[in-house]
Design a protein around this ligand. Structure first.
Ligand code: NAP
Length: 467
């Protein structure tokens, strides 16, 4: 197994960065002959690079060139429009492949657990991001940006930075991006004048990165507001900052500079609040007010600084709340799942049996469903390396059982039986070319297709040999 006479057959479930880095690592392994089938629920590959990365961060998206090189490699196939659990099961994959790698990311959101969280107008930021990025599942969502002046964003990570920016950037700026047309139309009518970002801990504990927070202060037509008293440091935070990485010190300098800016008169503003947590959302049918408690920092047993609520509360009006408090993994049918962590239990990427704790050779995980929703795109490269090392160790040690029906034809026949016609990478290329061409008419990187039917229609030209 793994030689030209009998290539190693690997199924990768998910076509985001972690899936592609896994495929890349396998392809780069010297002396290994490998056939990779990558399963994807949507017709479009690249996961959050397409439907997560902000539309005004096009440079980050150019990473897809590396993924295209992986797709060009002999032995690689994309099987788009194939849903795990519906069209193909865990058992099927174990029958047809020597190894299965789950690279499905974290599709849901964490909850705040406060009263009013379910009111109309309170949304997970993860869905808002998917909406403005044209994810077909989320294209019909509705946001209240046309009848409110203030939006509250909860959370202090890079997703909070992204959504605050998207709500504040001028229409002229957004129009130059590949933001989905439906979102552009809605945001063009936005009445939002103020976006308040709530960080539950202090400036030193913020999860966002330097360039992302700095960018907020550089937006044209947008004032940035930081209250000086909210970035004053307690002793523990000062010590953490002094001994912490340079990047953290830079973030603090940026925030200090924001706090020192004289009041501006721009038509929009972003307010970065710290030591502030929402404790309730109020409103009759929809969000009207957010109750915010002031926090102080306290060390827990491990020495980490946690937010502890004080009895100082205030209420601010807001017509929409975006909860940007992190993504959360979703269980896959018949695959072990750790509910508490929101991940598939694993040891260095090798699946672990939940009852016995024993590693299960032949099944692996990578990316956010392995380690939780952290890190940047490139983090997944090292992560994939670790998972592939375990897989290769199992191969070397003869622990990969060998699939019962190891052929592409057998998989195709199975999917055909289930009336599932997979989309190929070539078909994705035709969608890609179509979107880019439409973009070129208006000087945009692309105009995204957001309807599955439209995508299928464009792709069908390739399947039928048309142009
Ligand atoms: P994140 O970085 O984990 O940030 C989550 C934020 O939510 C933290 O500030 C956290 O505060 C806060 N939070 C959690 N529970 C809360 C609660 N109950 N109440 C109030 N605040 C709460 O998650 P993310 O922003 O979703 O980003 C996910 C990953 O994608 C990150 O690694 C991020 O860097 C990456 N990403 C990168 C970019 C980019 O590079 N431009 C863009 C988007 C996302 P605590 O720290 O106190 O827990």
């Amino acid at each position: 197994m793994g030689k030209a006479t009998r290539p190693l057959r690997v199924a990768i479930v998910g076509s985001g960065p972690s899936g592609f880095y896994t495929a890349e690592r396998l392809q780069q392994t010297e002396g290994l002959e490998v056939e990779i089938d990558m399963f994807e629920r949507l017709p479009t590959p690249f996961g959050l690079v397409r439907v997560g990365v902000a539309p005004d961060h096009q440079k980050i998206k150019s990473v897809t060139k590396q993924y295209e090189a992986v797709a060009d490699h002999p032995g690689y196939r994309l099987l788009g429009c194939v849903e795990f659990g519906t069209h193909i099961t865990r058992e099927d994959l174990r029958r047809h492949y020597d190894a299965v790698v789950y690279a499905v990311g974290a599709a849901a959101d964490r909850r705040l657990g406060i009263p009013g969280e379910e009111l109309k107008g309170s949304h997970p930021a993860t869905e808002f991001v998917a909406w403005y990025n044209g994810h077909p599942d989320h294209k019909d969502l509705e946001y209240e940006v046309q009848n409110t002046e203030r939006v509250v964003v909860v959370g202090n990570g890079n997703v909070a930075m992204d959504v605050a920016r998207m709500l504040s950037r001028s229409h002229a700026d957004l129009q130059k991006t590949d933001m989905a047309d439906h979102a552009l139309e809605v945001l063009a009518q936005s009445t939002v004048r103020e976006v308040v970002v709530l960080g539950r801990r202090g400036p030193v504990q913020a999860a966002f990165t330097g360039p992302e927070v700095k960018e907020l202060g550089e937006l044209e037509g947008v004032d940035i507001v930081v209250h000086a008293d909210e970035i004053e440091l307690d002793d523990a935070s000062r010590e953490a900052l002094e001994n912490g990485p340079k990047s953290q010190q830079k973030i603090y300098e940026t925030l200090r500079e924001f706090a020192e800016r004289p009041p501006g008169d721009a038509s929009r503003r972003i307010v970065l609040r710290f030591l502030a947590s929402p404790v309730a959302l109020h409103g009759d049918e929809r969000v009207e007010k957010v109750v915010i408690a002031r926090n102080r920092l306290e060390s827990d047993d491990s020495g980490a600084l946690r937010a502890r609520q004080t009895d100082q509360v205030e209420e601010i009006e807001a017509g929409m709340v975006l909860r940007a408090v992190g993504y959360r993994g979703v269980p896959l049918k018949d695959v072990p799942f750790d509910e508490r962590a929101g991940t598939i239990p694993n040891e260095r990427g090798r699946l672990r049996d939940l009852d016995t704790g024993e590693p299960l050779a032949g099944e692996y995980v990578v990316g956010w469903i392995k380690r939780g929703p952290s890190g940047v795109i490139g983090t997944n490269r090292a992560d994939a390396r670790e998972t592939v090392a375990e897989l290769l160790e199992d191969l070397e040690a003869g622990r990969l059982g060998g699939a019962e029906a190891p052929s592409a034809e057998a998989v195709d026949a199975l999917l055909a039986e289930r009336e599932c016609t997979p989309m190929t990478f070539e078909q994705w290329r035709s969608i890609d070319a179509h979107e880019r061409e439409r973009g070129s008419w208006s000087d945009r990187p692309r105009v995204k297709l957001t309807s599955l039917d439209e995508m299928r229609q464009i792709a069908s030209a390739v399947a039928s040999g048309g142009d």
